[in-house]
Design a binder for this molecule. Structure first.
Ligand code: UDP
Ligand code: MN
Length: 256
């Protein structure tokens, strides 16, 4: 049948989390044969995410693994300082190796951060990935987009400003992997111990992929179908002001 799209989404508790997950879930509700693997960056699975996933009606798997303290971002750290979602994505990969058999049910694996914006067309593009498929990502790298440069159907170079000499200088949102390939390379994984920007390259090198293997999608990488959008941090300074002025703030029983 139709290959299943397995989405690996790391997520963490913050004010905007339920809003992000709601928006992403509504996109996924419009996609056929999808399995959403949601991995919380936490010591245990939260009720908020457990309840949220259940009510979506989507096929999903709920996992959790905490980021070790030494790799965790502090509140006022710039967000490029440390890698984000590394152990969570690895937990998703391990789950797939243990719980799927691509010979019986073919699949494709995509890393879908909770805050990006996904065109429905993207899922049609990635579904029949043979090894690794690639496409442009909008609003990333302090550019309008980053993308593979394609000539005669092959990726020959990359349009990117930052560290262009990385083996695969693209964002997590810019590629998908055939599920069989993941099973064929059981050691391939992300790691907290590589330089900034090398997560994608580390995984793809572990899958023994060469640039020549990449399958350009989205009309030979000429269309942007995913955007690396980022949500502004919500400020709640009037919560304290409410208490000071009126004697009470918002009701903590109301989930946001
Ligand atoms: N994330 C996480 N733990 C963190 C920070 C981020 O699991 O401490 C998740 C986040 O929910 C998202 C992904 O990792 O799905 C990438 O994080 P973010 O969007 O903050 O990074 P950026 O867009 O700056 O690469
Ligand atoms: Mn993001």
């Amino acid at each position: 049948g139709l290959p299943v799209i397995y989405l690996i989404t790391p997520t963490y508790t913050r004010l905007e989390q339920k809003a992000e997950l709601t928006r992403l879930s509504h996109t996924l509700m419009l996609v056929k044969n999808i399995h959403w693997i949601v991995i919380e960056d936490s010591e245990s699975q939260t009720d908020l995410v457990a309840r949220f996933l259940k009510q979506t009606g989507l096929n999903y798997t709920h996992l959790n693994v905490p980021t070790p303290a030494e790799f965790k971002l502090n509140m006022d750290d710039p967000n490029w300082l440390k890698p984000r979602g590394v152990l969570q994505r690895n937990a998703g990969l391990e789950w797939l190796r243990r719980n799927t058999s691509p010979r019986r049910q073919p699949g494709v694996v995509y890393f879908a951060d909770d805050d990006n914006t996904y065109s429905l067309k993207l899922f049609d593009e990635m579904r029949f990935t043979k090894k690794v498929s690639v496409w442009p990502v909008g609003l990333v790298g302090y550019l309008r987009y980053e993308k593979p440069i394609v000539q005669n159907g092959k990726v020959i170079a990359w349009f990117t400003y930052w560290k262009p000499n990385r083996p695969f200088p693209m964002d997590m949102a810019g590629f998908a992997i055939n599920l069989q390939l993941l099973h064929d390379h059981p050691e391939a994984a992300f790691t907290n111990s590589v330089q900034r920007g090398y997560q994608e390259s580390t995984l793809l090198s572990g899958l023994k992929i060469s640039q020549d293997d990449l399958e350009p999608k989205a009309n030979m990488c000429s269309e942007v179908l995913v955007w690396h959008t980022r949500t502004e941090k919500s400020k709640t300074r009037n919560e304290d002001n409410m208490i000071r002025k009126y004697g009470r703030g918002s009701d903590p029983r109301v989930e946001v």
